[in-house]
Design a binder for this molecule. Structure first.
Ligand code: SF4
Length: 63
């Protein structure tokens, strides 16, 4: 299990995370929001891929 957060000071609102993992990320007021803070299993893998794809490394995954 891991806890997911988005650093709103870093997020540019590019939308990549919400496209890659819409179960966890959504766009709101041009910033990414976390819909589900605690993830595990396949969802966690999807979150990690989104985090690696974030151009400004704004997605924080704490395991
Ligand atoms: S991928 Fe990163 S910069 Fe883009 S919306 Fe998501 S958190 Fe923000």
């Amino acid at each position: 299990m891991a806890v997911v957060r988005v650093d709103e000071d870093l997020c540019t609102g590019c939308g990549v995370c919400a496209d890659m993992c819409p179960d966890v990320f959504e766009m709101e007021d041009e910033l990414a929001k976390v819909k589900v803070e605690e993830v595990e299993g396949d969802l966690l893998e999807s979150v990690k891929e989104a985090a690696e794809s974030c151009p400004v490394e704004a997605i924080i995954v704490e395991e």
